[in-house]
Design a protein around this ligand. Structure first.
Ligand code: PLP
Length: 453
C-alpha cells in the first residue's frame, strides 16, 4: 500500500526497472508501487494478499470485472486458431470483420466503416489524420484546425495530448502542436458566473465557441472533438442542452463533431453510448477501453459512408490509404471485443447499469453533505466528488496540499481503489457490480473521506 516503507524486494525491482505512467516518479522510491497479482469479479488482490474493490474499473475500462470465464475461453480459442494476423494490403481476419459488423449494429449514428487501433489515443490521433485527409480530398486544404475543450482528455500521443486540455499534458512536453484550439469547459459549478442560470451558461459557452470559430475563420476548422462526459478532466457532465447548442454552431460552419466515447461507450452511461445519453449527434466516433472490457488492447474509429467515400476518392489518386497500425484489428483483441459485446447483450449489462443508477446517484448525493465535498457529479455509473476548502465559496484547496491524492490513499487503505483527479475523487465501478457491492464501495469511500477531514 502507498506510504509503506521499507520497499519489498519486488517493489525495489519495480522502481529500478519501470518508468511508470502518470506517477510522481520523484517520490516512487519512498512510496513504492502497489503490486497487483490477481483479480476476481470486482476485486483485485495485491502481492501482500490485500483485496480492494476496483472502484475505477482499472482505468475506466474493466467493465466486466476480472476473471470472466467466457472472456478467457474466447481468448484461448482465438489464440489457438490464429494468435495474430493483420488486415493490411487487403488481408483480413474473421474477428475484425465480425467486430466491425457488431459496432455498426450498435452505433448511435449511421456508420459505414470501422478502423481499428490499439488504444484510445491512437483512435483520436487517427481521427485528426482522417479529418485532414477528408478535407484534402474535398479540395479544402486550409480546413484543418481541430477544436477541443479546456479539461478535455483525449490521450497521450503528440496529437491526442495536444487535443487534451489539461496543463500537465502540455507543460514540459512542448505541446500543444499547431492547428489545435481549445474552447470553454462545460463545467457549470466551476465556470458558471454568480447568478448565471445553467441555460445562460450554455448559451455563453456556445457563443464563446462561435466567437472562436469566427475569429479563426470557419474555413480553417475541420472538426471539434468532445467526450460526452469528460472523464480524466474531473468527471464533468455538461448541463442540459449543451451539445444541442454546440452542435448548432458547428453545423452552421460545416465543422464535424467527433465523439470521444473511449470512457462513455458500451453501457457506462446507461445507454450503449454517451452520445445517446447526452443528445450528441456526432459524425464520427472513437471507442476503446470497454470495447474489450479491457481484456485486450483495442481502439476503434467509426466513420459514415460519405466520409469514407472521400477517403476512397483521395486514395484513388494517391495510390493507397497509407495509414494503419501493426496491431490494429488484432484477432485476439477483436475476438474479445465480439465476446464483450455479446456479453453486454445477453447478460443485459445495460439494463443492470440502469437498475443500479438510482442507488449510485443516491449514494453520491449523500456524499455531497460531507464537509469536504463541494460538488458531486454523475452520469450512469461514472461519478466524481470534488473536494473543496470552502463549501460556500467553492474555494479549492491549494494543489500543493495534495488533498485529493491523500483522500484516495485513505480510501485505498479502506479497501477501495478510486482515482484522485486533482481534488476530484472519481468513481467508475465495473458494470457487473451488485447493489450490495456498490453500497460496500461507497461505505469504504465515505470512511476514507472521514479520515481525510
Ligand atoms: N479518450 C478518453 C476520453 C480517455 O479517457 C482516454 C484514456 O483515459 C483516452 C482517450 C486515451 O486512451 P488510451 O489510454 O487507450 O490511449
Amino acid at each position: 500500500m502507498l506510504g509503506q516503507t521499507p520497499l519489498t524486494n519486488f517493489q525495489t525491482r519495480d522502481v529500478e526497472s519501470l518508468l511508470h505512467p502518470y506517477t510522481p516518479i520523484h517520490k516512487l522510491k519512498t512510496i513504492g508501487a502497489v503490486v497487483m497479482e490477481r483479480g476476481e469479479g470486482i476485486y483485485v488482490y495485491d502481492t501482500q494478499g490485500r483485496g480492494y474493490i476496483e472502484g475505477m474499473s482499472g482505468l475506466w475500462c474493466a467493465g466486466l470485472g476480472f476473471g470472466d470465464e467466457e472472456m478467457i475461453e474466447a481468448a484461448t480459442a482465438q489464440m489457438r486458431a490464429l494468435p495474430f494476423y493483420h488486415i493490411f494490403g487487403a488481408k483480413s481476419s474473421e474477428p475484425a470483420v465480425e467486430l466491425a459488423e457488431k459496432l455498426k449494429e450498435i452505433a448511435p449514428v449511421p456508420i459505414s466503416k470501422v478502423f481499428f487501433t490499439s488504444s484510445g489515443s491512437e483512435a483520436n490521433d487517427t481521427q485528426v489524420k482522417l479529418a485532414w485527409y477528408m478535407n484534402n480530398a474535398l479540395g479544402r486544404p486550409n480546413k484543418k484546425k481541430i477544436i477541443s475543450r479546456i479539461k478535455a482528455y483525449h490521450g497521450v500521443t503528440v496529437m491526442a495530448a495536444s487535443l487534451t486540455g489539461l496543463p500537465g499534458n502540455h507543460n514540459g512536453w512542448d505541446l500543444p502542436v499547431d492547428r489545435v484550439l481549445h474552447t470553454d469547459c462545460p463545467h457549470y459549478y466551476r465556470f458558471g458566473t454568480e447568478g448565471e442560470s445553467e441555460a445562460d451558461f450554455v448559451a455563453r459557452t456556445a457563443k464563446s465557441l462561435r466567437d472562436l470559430i469566427e475569429r479563426e475563420g470557419p474555413d480553417t476548422i475541420a472538426a471539434m472533438i468532445a467526450e460526452p462526459v469528460m472523464g480524466a478532466g474531473g468527471v464533468i457532465v455538461p448541463p442540459k442542452g449543451y451539445f444541442e447548442a454546440i452542435q448548432a454552431v458547428l453545423d452552421e460552419h460545416d465543422i464535424i463533431l467527433i465523439a470521444d466515447e473511449v470512457i462513455t461507450g458500451f453501457g457506462r452511461t446507461g445507454n450503449w453510448w454517451g452520445s445517446q445519453t447526452l443528445n450528441m449527434k456526432p459524425k464520427t466516433i472513437s471507442a476503446a477501453k470497454q470495447l474489450t472490457a479491457a481484456y485486450a488492447p483495442l481502439g476503434a474509429v467509426m466513420v459514415p459512408e460519405d466520409i469514407y467515400q472521400s477517403y476512397v476518392d483521395h486514395s484513388a489518386t494517391l495510390g493507397s490509404f497509407a495509414h494503419g497500425f501493426t496491431y490494429g484489428g488484432h484477432p485476439l483483441s477483436c475476438a474479445l471485443g465480439v465476446k464483450a459485446i455479446e456479453i453486454y447483450q445477453k447478460r443485459d449489462i445495460l439494463g443492470h447499469v440502469r437498475t443500479l443508477m438510482p442507488l449510485f446517484e443516491q449514494r453520491l448525493k449523500k456524499l455531497a453533505d460531507h464537509p469536504l465535498v463541494g460538488e458531486t457529479r454523475f452520469c450512469g455509473l461514472v461519478g466524481g466528488a470534488e473536494l473543496v476548502a470552502d463549501k460556500k465559496t467553492k474555494r479549492s484547496f491549494d494543489p500543493k496540499q495534495g488533498v485529493g491524492p491523500e483522500a484516495s490513499r485513505l480510501i485505498e487503505q479502506n479497501g477501495a481503489i478510486l482515482r484522485a483527479i486533482g481534488d476530484t475523487i472519481a468513481i467508475c465501478p465495473p458494470m457487473i457490480i451488485t447493489e450490495a457491492e456498490l453500497n460496500e464501495l461507497f461505505d469504504r469511500f465515505e470512511k476514507g473521506l472521514d479520515q481525510a477531514e
